[in-house]
Design a protein around this ligand. Structure first.
Ligand SMILES: Nc1ncnc2c1ncn2[C@@H]1O[C@H](COP(=O)(O)OS(=O)(=O)O)[C@@H](OP(=O)(O)O)[C@H]1O
Ligand SMILES: Nc1ncnc2c1ncn2[C@@H]1O[C@H](COP(=O)(O)OP(=O)(O)O)[C@@H](O)[C@H]1O
Length: 202
């Protein structure tokens, strides 16, 4: 596939780019059912980091599926390709020195492992939104569970398409028990404790 293509080393390294931002590049990978709070919590963390002066970028399921992955649906194969592309894009943003927040259902453990393996140890942080299906379905912010139960939407995660829960996520959050702010605080504390952000300017 990549015949006759030579990898170019950049003159400015990812570490140098990140050091000038007082942070280490990393990827926070939010995974969980639709309605589990991935977007809401990722956005809250994004705002909190931005307000403290860190450089971030948020990639979100619905938005990426409008553009880059507009050709993909929700078959197993399309979900695999969706996550493969997003993993590569996340890596590019991290190479730019950013703290990347990616919020996708990413139902298959093997795909999440593939993305993890693109990153140096400690720079892929799996955030498992372990909100019970009942709560997600009760919230049903987009009315999709109702459509899935009625058979109007097919292959819906948690209903007629599988979700493989992470076994060893770095962080697990249940938004039926924690507020948005509590979730964001836990994530900030984690980043701080791992020295991924160096100086919290609260
Ligand atoms: N069949 C089916 N199953 C699951 N989700 C569906 C489906 N059809 C549409 N949607 C909407 O698409 C959003 C999930 O896209 P993702 O790219 O995160 O999915 S995946 O990681 O490829 O499984 C998901 O967004 P979130 O609710 O934010 O998770 C849904 O709004
Ligand atoms: N503690 C909480 N954390 C995150 N979302 C919550 C919480 N409590 C209620 N919600 C609501 O649940 C819904 C979660 O939807 P969303 O963030 O889009 O989830 P996902 O991106 O996983 O599909 C939103 O309507 C949000 O306002």
């Amino acid at each position: 596939m990549a015949n006759n293509i030579v990898w170019h080393e950049h003159k400015v390294s990812r570490a140098e780019r990140a050091a000038s931002k007082n942070q280490r590049p990393c990827l926070l990978w939010f995974t969980g059912l639709s309605g589990s709070g991935k977007s809401t919590v990722a956005n809250a963390l994004d705002v909190a980091l931005y307000q403290r002066g860190y450089h971030t970028f948020l990639l979100d399921g619905d938005n990426v599926r409008h553009g880059l992955n507009g050709d993909l649906g929700f078959s197993d194969d399309d979900r695999v390709e969706n996550i493969r592309r997003i993993g590569e894009v996340s890596k590019l943003f991290a190479d730019a020195g950013l703290i990347v927040l990616s919020a996708f259902i990413s139902p298959f453990a093997s795909d999440r492992r593939m993305v993890r393996n693109l990153f140096p140890a400690g720079e892929f942080i799996e955030v498992f939104m372990n909100t019970p299906l009942e709560t997600c379905e009760e919230r049903d912010p987009k009315g999709l569970y109702q459509k899935a139960r009625a058979g109007v939407v097919k292959d819906f995660t948690g209903i007629d398409s599988p979700y493989e829960a992470p076994m060893r996520a770095e962080i697990t959050l249940d938004t039926s028990r924690l507020s948005v702010d509590e979730c964001a605080e836990r994530l900030i504390s984690y980043l701080h404790s791992r020295k991924l952000i160096l100086d919290v300017k609260a």
